[in-house]
Design a protein around this ligand. Structure first.
Ligand SMILES: [Zn+2]
Ligand SMILES: [Zn+2]
Length: 358
């Protein structure tokens, strides 16, 4: 039959093998290419940060994330503040590492690339964390705000993007999804390391935590989930935009429009980091948490669009391949750009990526 979306002649199935458009049934609106059961513009954390997961594995990652947050909050309520801070710092980076191991995305470069990206984030985060402590007390209120709300976020964005940029020239990692994964991984490990650097110097200096338990709960939620997710969205999207423009085998390098312009994307990531810093400096912690959560949700939608457009534009021009079993829905489908049974992009499937990645 002819697909109404891409006008190609494709097998009569639930989804178009070429573009992933739903061909049958009541569903006419297309879902997120890396998780076709979800709609594109909904800020789901797990399917956005971990797009290679088959949909049935996403549940266990959601449980891990929520369970981890419960532990972090419980530690704060029990007044075990140093432990709560450490747990908040490592939660999202740890789940990210588990994801990378679980899906084995870079099977021919086993973990080396991701280890590099994560190590870059950790070292960069520790250095920026130490720098934050070192320059925080200097100057009057005005210059201190300038440093904390503009200079440090700018350094942070530059450091977080720096790791992925080292990998940009490698032909091997040529998907938008690669760029987005490197960006998000560097961002979450960076965010965690900054928290650790600050926490250690805070507590080794004999800091005795005062204040309401409620404020601590808001603080650990801010540091444990809102900030890492926001940074992952901002840096993952900016890196994805860079990959689409300079690296990906995309049909249309300008498919993201203005948001895909690398200068605009990096400026937007920087603006997000500056607004986040201002929110944290100027507003009460609960208000700040709510606003950061809204920003983080917006950054997740941005990253989803970048990934979705990337997967669509990188779809190959080749015809259908041999029959295979989809790693997402486990039903037989011809090897193509999209599974004809569940609509998942085969570029977003773990392993067995058609066409190879080299
Ligand atoms: Zn189509
Ligand atoms: Zn499938």
């Amino acid at each position: 039959m002819t697909c109404p979306n891409c006008s190609r002649e494709v097998p009569d199935a639930e989804f178009c093998a070429n573009c992933g458009h739903p061909l049958r049934g009541e569903r006419t609106k297309r879902g997120f290419s890396a998780a076709p059961n979800e709609s594109l513009h909904v800020p789901r954390i797990v399917s956005t940060l971990f797009p290679h997961l088959p949909e049935q594995d996403m549940a266990s990652f959601r449980i891990a994330l929520v369970g981890g947050l419960v532990v972090v909050v419980a530690l704060a309520i029990l007044r075990l503040f140093p432990l709560a801070l450490v747990a908040a710092a490592v939660l999202v980076p740890l789940i990210t590492v588990l994801y990378v191991i679980d899906v084995d995305v870079y099977e021919d470069e086993p973990l080396r690339v991701i280890a590099f990206t994560a190590a870059w984030g950790v070292v960069g985060g520790l250095l920026v964390g130490v720098l934050t402590r070192a320059i925080a007390p200097a100057g009057g209120t005005g210059s201190r705000t300038l440093v904390q709300a503009v200079v440090l976020p700018a350094i942070s964005v530059a450091v977080m993007l720096g790791g992925p940029l080292v990998l940009l020239p490698y032909r091997k990692f040529n998907d938008v999804l690669d760029g987005a994964t490197f960006g998000a991984t560097a961002a979450v490990t960076f965010a965690g390391a900054v928290v650790l650097a600050n926490a250690f110097s805070l507590f080794s200096a004999g800091f005795r935590p005062l204040g309401q338990i409620g404020s601590w709960v808001a603080l650990v939620l801010t540091l444990g989930v809102a900030r890492p997710v926001l940074f992952a969205g901002l840096i993952g999207s900016a890196a994805g935009a860079l990959w689409l423009r300079y690296r990906a085998p995309a049909r249309d390098r300008r498919a993201l429009g203005l948001m895909g312009n690398p200068v605009v994307a990096v400026a937007l990531a920087l603006a997000g980091a500056i607004v986040a810093a201002l929110i944290q400096i100027k507003l009460p912690v609960w208000v700040g948490l709510v606003l950061l959560a809204v920003l983080a949700a917006a950054s997740m939608v941005w990253l989803r669009v970048v990934i979705h457009v990337g997967l669509r534009e990188e779809a190959s021009e080749e015809g259908l391949g041999e029959e295979m079993v989809c790693a997402n829905c486990h039903r037989p489908t011809p090897a193509a750009n999209f599974c004809t049974r569940c609509g998942m992009s085969m570029l977003a499937l773990p392993k067995a990526r058609p066409g190879g990645t080299t």
